[in-house]
Design a protein around this ligand. Structure first.
Ligand code: PMP
Length: 360
């Protein structure tokens, strides 16, 4: 079965098998990791290893703190402005899709927020902006971007440089897809359920000066970054299994050769897919500008909705699932996260060629 789901998504088989092997007896403790206390020794080691592996794999420099939180990336839409926008200040948002719109809407509820750039045109999004298009307020608390737009299939291939204004990125759908210079960011957040593991845990990587300056006044304790950081993400009960599983995934990433290996595999998959779309451009149409094409979520259309339905059912017959475009945009979306093997994209592109020749 080839799983092209957008998230929750395909997980590395070795990470699943590892969990299966020790589900009933975690490391000889006689019980499952699911049953261990989040304050016990067994879990403590998992917690520490997960944090250390993330630091190693993503090359997080000194001067940053990693937090494990719940509530998904959607909670961060609210929590980032709650913590980082001081009274009387405002935050800048770059709007490149639905998730960016949602982040901006939450920030407007919390405080003041401003659009520094939008790439919405003809009621849709087909690109991310050039750095020069983003008009940053030099006084803004931060500039928020969405590094990969899961629904529209666009992705930044170089990041904006907002000078002294901290860059905040929602990397939910492309964290770990390739080596990333974390030092360019004031804060990175990502839900785990695409490249990192199961739903239920969200990672926040925050530069320490921003953490130190983050707000506490008028913010419930549970939503303060300082509370979570002060307790090493164990302020309240953490979803132990989700962290455990992210650890397994990070072990796999490291074993495979780290983010350089992830990138080359992801580029191979992306090239295969987009080359096929371009070679059959009389039949398949990729709406996204070439320079903004996402390696994580490739979207394309067929000549009619009827043919799209037929294509999706042919894909299912060929054991390929999760290819239906997001309900808000339609079409076909192939999510090709780290754990999706190249063979899956080969199977998909074989089907694309066969389908076009039969129906074109
Ligand atoms: N941001 C992006 C880029 C996403 O793709 C998603 C979910 N697909 C979210 C935010 C929302 O994530 P969650 O469901 O974890 O709140």
């Amino acid at each position: 079965m080839w799983n092209f789901n957008a998230g929750p998504a395909v997980l590395p088989l070795p990470a699943l098998e590892h969990a299966q092997r020790e589900l009933l007896d975690f490391e000889g403790t006689g019980m499952s990791i699911l049953e261990h206390s989040h304050r016990g020794k067994a879990y403590e080691a998992v917690h520490a290893e997960c944090k250390a592996l993330l630091k190693e794999v993503l090359a997080i420099p000194e001067g940053y703190t990693t937090l494990f939180l719940q509530g998904g990336a959607s909670q961060q839409f609210a929590q980032v402005p709650m913590n980082l926008v001081p009274v009387g200040k405002s935050a800048d948002y770059v709007i490149t899709g639905t998730w960016a719109e949602k982040a901006y809407a939450e920030a407007q509820i919390v405080g003041k927020a401003r659009v520094a750039c939008t790439t919405k045109a003809n009621d849709t999004y087909v690109r991310v902006p050039e750095s020069s298009e983003i008009k940053v307020d030099p006084d803004a608390a931060y500039v928020h971007i969405t590094s990969n737009n899961t629904i529209y299939g666009t992705q930044y291939h170089s990041f904006p440089e907002p000078g002294s204004v901290p860059l905040v990125a929602d990397m939910s759908s492309d964290i770990l897809w390739r080596p990333t210079d974390v030092s360019r960011f004031g804060l990175i957040y990502a839900g785990a359920q695409k490249n990192m593991g199961p739903a239920g845990i969200t990672i926040v990587i925050i530069r320490n000066d921003l953490l130190e300056r983050s707000r506490t006044d008028g913010i419930p304790k549970i939503f303060r970054y300082k509370t979570i950081a002060g307790e090493d993400s164990l302020y309240n009960t953490i979803p132990v299994f989700a962290v455990y599983f992210v650890r397994n995934v990070l072990r796999w990433v490291k074993h495979e050769g780290g983010l350089t290996a992830m990138e080359s595999r992801n580029r191979e998959k992306g090239k295969l897919l987009y080359d096929t779309v371009d070679a059959l451009s009389g039949f398949y149409q990729a709406p996204v500008d070439k320079g903004s094409r996402s390696y994580m979520n490739a979207v394309f259309r067929l000549p009619s909705e009827d043919l799209e339905k037929k294509f999706l059912s042919a894909a299912e017959k060929g054991n390929m699932v999760g290819l239906k475009g997001h309900r808000s945009v339609g079409g076909v979306r192939a999510s090709m996260y780290n754990a999706l093997p190249v063979a899956a994209v080969k199977a998909l592109t074989d089907l694309m060629r066969e389908f076009a020749s039969k129906n074109g």
